[in-house]
Design a protein around this ligand. Structure first.
Ligand code: UDX
Length: 462
């Protein structure tokens, strides 16, 4: 099949690369010429400057120029296309609704080019990015407005998690395809022939609106599950001494019906999807006058979870933040990524600055550079108090407390680093329960405050 992928962000590039592996002729289109040049080079260093996903650069290197082509000229690649996948950024507006500015602009460009094509063969425009229920219909109107003939619209949401996107794109648990016409289902069946009639992969054909809704319900369900553990499990561990949260998790998730994923209590879930999608679904349901109590609770628990350890430090460990130096370890929203979108660390650092800390010493193995764009001192003068370090040890030195905000494996060795770098009294705030040997820290006079457990100070060892 001849496939066009419009938008070479994290979703589009992974999709284009994996489709090219299956022998389709894939043209990845983006209006950012720098990206196009970087990807066309097939060189890992250049590709990973934009999208750093394990295994991705390797596929591009293998298929570029054979099955995979990059272009910023839509006209030059449009003839003969069977499917055009729209993989565009859909950021949130302040009120939670989805901003379709980039999406609409790309749809207009595609419509104009389609109107002028000569081949006249059936082409299906497929939404891959997460878009509000009804967007495929909206796309249909845009394309119709340009008198394009013989086209269909479809919704085919992606369910990839960052860090494992390539593996998941090669072996998804399900492929959801929503179309209006048999001809369009047929085209997508050929695009995804390796997944149709698969023994394990569920290939689900439905309406475009259902496919759009599946994505929102899936992501809100996952966030609700995390919020359930953070809002119920963690709170039990924090308020009843002698309740061990890890054993609680094991005992509950021993039931096959209850998932282990999501039961790891944390200082909130971040990333490009969860917060944005639940906010969008709340907005969509409110627009049709539906009560959204449950979704609001999931969202609020998650947002509060990001910063409440700082409040607990004040009330439970009598810690004073004013004029102190705090180390923050783990800036990205999870390990193995430099993605800062909706990362808990943003709320943590803003809250620390709001409490009048003198310095924030930060470290992340991958995200220091992307964090500098988020904490831009020209946007907020307080961000000048943030200092970036190349190791956890350097960030911890000369600090009065540390906040662990992501689940990078190296933080498991943090107690040793702390003991060597700073003497007690010292407060460790563990948002990810990354320090298994915390009891040794307490024995040596440090204080330890973790999600899911009562505060432990030398006075209150429990
Ligand atoms: C997520 C969904 O998993 C994916 O299906 C969807 O398509 C996009 O959003 P991603 O954002 O890449 O993927 O991250 P994921 O690995 O799911 O983690 C999301 C957040 O939840 C992270 O901050 C993670 O640390 C946190 N998390 C995850 C927990 O706090 N506890 C857990 O038990 C699991």
């Amino acid at each position: 099949m001849k496939i066009i992928v419009a938008g070479t962000g994290y979703v589009g590039l992974v999709h284009a690369a994996v489709c090219s592996e299956y022998g389709h002729e894939v043209y990845a289109y983006d209006n950012d010429i720098n990206k196009i040049n970087a990807f066309s080079s097939g060189q890992a260093e250049k590709i990973e400057q934009y999208v750093n996903e394990p295994g991705l650069a390797g596929i591009i290197k293998e298929t570029v120029g054979k099955y995979l082509f990059f272009s910023s000229d839509l006209k030059a690649i449009i003839e003969g296309a069977d499917a055009i996948f729209l993989c565009l950024p859909t950021p949130p507006n302040l009120n939670g609704s989805t901003n379709l500015v980039f999406y609409d602009a790309a749809a207009e460009d595609i419509a104009q080019v389609l109107a002028e094509r000569k081949d006249g063969r059936r082409v299906v425009l497929v939404n891959k990015s997460t878009v509000p229920i009804g967007t495929a219909r909206h796309l249909q109107e845009i394309i119709k407005g340009h008198n394009v003939e013989n086209f269909g619209v479809a919704s085919n949401p992606e369910f990839l998690a960052e860090g494992t996107a390539v593996t998941q794109a090669r072996k998804p648990d399900r492929v959801v395809v929503g179309c209006d016409h048999e001809a369009d289902f047929k085209i997508l069946c050929r695009v995804y022939s390796q997944f149709v009639n698969h023994v394990r992969i569920k290939y689900i054909e439905t309406t475009p609106e259902t496919a759009e809704a599946i994505k929102y319900v899936a992501n809100t369900m996952l966030l609700t599950y995390i919020s359930f553990w953070n809002g119920v499990g963690a709170k039990i561990g924090e308020n009843f001494s002698n309740v061990r949260i890890d054993d609680l998790r094991l005992g509950v998730t021993a039931d096959d019906r209850i998932s282990t994923w999501g039961s790891f209590v944390s200082n909130g879930a971040g990333g490009s999807c969860f917060g944005k999608d639940i906010a969008s679904l709340i907005y969509q349901l409110r627009s049709v006058n539906v009560s959204t109590k449950m979704l609001e609770a999931s969202y609020e628990v998650n947002e509060y979870q990001k910063v409440y350890l700082i409040e607990r430090a004040i009330t439970e460990a009598a810690f004073k933040f004013n004029n102190r130096t705090i180390a923050v370890l783990g800036l990205a929203f999870k390990k193995h990524t430099n993605d800062m979108r909706d990362a808990s660390s943003i709320k943590v650092i803003e809250s620390l600055l709001g409490k009048g800390v003198a310095r924030v010493k930060v470290y992340d193995p991958l995200a220091n550079e992307s964090a500098k764009h988020v904490f831009d001192p020209s946007q907020n003068i307080l961000f000048e108090k943030i200092e970036y370090y190349e190791t956890a040890r350097k960030a911890v030195e000369e600090s009065d407390a540390v906040f662990v905000s992501s689940d990078c494996e190296e933080f498991r060795g943090l107690s040793r680093t702390i003991e060597e770098a700073v003497p007690p009294p010292y407060l460790v705030m563990d948002g990810r329960r990354m320090i298994p040997d915390f009891e040794e820290l307490i024995a040596k006079g440090y204080s330890y405050l973790a999600v899911g457990a009562v505060a432990m100070t030398p006075e209150n060892k429990v």
